[in-house]
Design a protein around this ligand. Structure first.
Ligand code: ADP
Ligand code: MG
Length: 553
């Protein structure tokens, strides 16, 4: 069952209040003033209004349309008002002003059309009534109370004209104002909706940008962080909002103060920093700007930041590639130039050493020269292997078995001391890939040797493999001395060594070989705790395409 429209309900309520007040006022006057007023018609009108009210309520429950309900009520009001006007003397009646109340209501609730229809209804009823009374079609009531003289045509038309003018003027004026009001309200509503939509848009933009965003008050308290910010910093909203910017170790208190001062003069401050997230260091780039809002408690600074770690790694790799290519070209040439005279020197010394006229001292010097030139030759050979790797002889071979053999060799070599533990879990124990077995074995050997050298006294080296449908991964995890972040970054650069008998070429050779097999080699290390080197060989490339990169310079 439908309930009454709020407009209809209000109209009914107002009407009941007005009629009841009128009635009570009449009764009060009746009882205080000692004259008998002819106000029976008031009782009749009030009673009728109450009856109609019940009718409206009943009707409103069946008729759903707001307009129809209102029109019925307004029409009823006009009829009752006309009756009141009739009983109180037609043009003599002071109650014609009541029409205005109905016209105002009509104009307000149904706007211009409603106002004009109500005004016309009032005009027709009023005009019809007084005309019919004037021409004696309906008898004049016996009321003399409000009578102000005989009905002359002039009076009749004047009264009618002023009333009609009043009706229409009221209708036009009221409906004009209420139309204006409606448009204003609608605009306001539209603006409110636009504002809400804009706010929602802003919110979702801030939520979905991949950069981190933090707002900080002048005092250094964080007031906002977006989801990307939480992700990059590895902290939850609870750990940030309401807390001091110092608590997240993004910028040190000194740095923060310095940047704030800079911001006052420049308006924007950019920079890069190393952020320690748990155990890993992330490279962040940031930009700070002033944040001015109307709410001074939220004003302060906006910090936008991005995780540049991957980008930096990529950059480093590219730089390394370039550098290795350049170094390779140049030094291969030089090495070659050394090798030829070296061979001549070594050959000459060998000839000379056969002479019988040499003193033992000279013999010894000769043999030193021979040994050293041999060593130099080997070093150059090693170096040339790095800058100009041998032709890759790729075959289908068992990489798991190769790894096993290398480890067996290692466990029997003098590299491994009694306090070293070697653990391996090679799963599956046999797995074929396409590549150069000698070169891959050299990678394993270099990595294992480095791991042992990184724990000269004692330690544990774990070698494991992982296989998924895209890659075959071999992991060397040692408990050695580890590397600093900057050492990690330079690990694959040639000629950087910290091992006593190192040349700094092992990792560079590994890098090159793995790269030529289409794979990647990555390092994770914590100083003082150990290092984990992962070689990932892509199955698709290794299997399907076989040799990818042409070998050698
Ligand atoms: P080399 O072994 O001749 O020094 P590498 O290229 O094999 O040259 O290694 C370069 C440097 O990287 C080493 O000198 C050492 O400082 C560091 N390094 C390599 N592997 C490890 C490891 N497992 N643990 C700690 N440091 C390592
Ligand atoms: Mg090495």
């Amino acid at each position: 069952m439908a309930t009454l429209h709020s407009d209809s309900r209000m109209l009914i309520a107002v009407r009941v209040v007005v009629v009841t007040t009128l009635l009570l006022a009449a009764l009060l006057i009746q009882s205080t003033v000692d004259i008998l007023l002819p106000i029976d018609y008031l009782y009749v009108t009030a009673g009728l209004t109450y009856a109609m009210t019940l009718l409206y309520i009943g009707l409103g429950k069946w008729v759903r349309s707001r307009e129809i309900n209102l029109v019925i009520q307004l029409a009823g009001d006009l009829i009752i008002e006309t009756m009141l006007v009739y009983f109180t003397g037609g043009i003599d009646s002071p109650f014609s002003f009541l029409y205005l109340a109905t016209i105002i209501t009509g104009s307000m609730l149904l706007y211009r059309r409603g106002g004009l229809i109500t005004a016309s209804g009032a005009a027709i009823l009023y005009g019809g009534l007084v005309d019919l009374m004037y021409y004696g079609v309906i008898p004049l009531p016996s009321v003399t109370f409000f009578s102000s003289g005989p009905w002359t045509p002039i009076r009749l038309y004047l009264t009618m004209a002023t009333n009609f003018g009043g009706f229409y003027a009221t209708a036009l004026l009221t409906s004009y104002i209420s139309e204006k009001l409606r448009v204003t309200f609608e605009e306001l509503d539209a603006n409110r909706q636009n504002l809400a939509a804009l706010q929602a848009l802003n919110q979702s933009i801030i939520r979905s940008i991949p950069s981190g965003l933090i707002t900080v008050t002048h005092e250094g308290t964080m007031t906002f962080i977006n989801p990307a910010g939480c992700e990059i910093l590895g902290r939850s909203v609870q750990e940030t909002i309401g807390r001091s910017i110092d608590s997240i170790n993004l910028l040190s208190p000194d740095q923060w103060r310095h940047e704030r001062l800079l911001l006052e003069t420049t308006g924007i401050v950019r920079g890069e920093l190393d952020y320690q997230r748990d155990i890993e260091a992330r490279a962040l780039g940031y930009a700070m700007t002033r944040l001015n809002t109307r709410r001074t408690d939220l004003s302060g600074v906006t910090v936008i930041f991005q995780d540049l770690t991957e980008m930096k790694q990529l950059e480093d790799q590219l730089r390394l590639k370039d550098r290795m290519a350049a170094v390779g070209e140049l030094s291969a040439g030089i090495a070659h130039e050394i090798r030829n005279p070296l061979a001549a020197i070594a050959g000459s010394i060998q000839m000379l050493s056969k002479s019988e006229r040499l003193t033992p001292q000279e013999q010894r010097l000769m043999s030193i020269a021979m040994k050293e030139s041999d060593r130099l030759n080997k070093s150059i050979a090693d170096f040339l292997r790095f800058v100009r790797p041998q032709e890759k002889r790729a075959t289908d071979f068992d990489v798991a078995a190769s790894l096993g053999e290398t480890l067996l060799l290692l466990s029997n070599s003098q590299e491994l001391g009694p306090s070293h533990t070697l653990v391996s879990s090679i799963e599956p124990p046999s797995f074929n890939i396409f590549g150069d077995p000698d070169q891959i074995r050299q990678v394993f050997w270099n990595l294992a040797r480095n791991a042992i050298q990184a724990m000269p006294i004692e330690g544990r080296l774990e070698i494991s493999t992982e296989l998924d449908d895209q890659t075959y991964r071999i992991i060397f995890a040692d408990s050695g001395r580890g590397m600093s972040a900057s050492d990690q970054r330079r690990l694959f650069q040639p000629f950087r060594t910290s091992f006593p008998s190192g040349t700094g070429l092992g990792m560079a050779i590994c890098y090159r070989i793995v790269q030529e097999h289409g794979g990647t080699i990555s390092v994770e290390s914590t100083e003082g705790r150990g290092t984990r080197i992962t070689v990932a060989l892509p199955l698709a490339v290794v299997h399907a395409r076989g040799i990818v990169v042409a070998v050698g310079a």
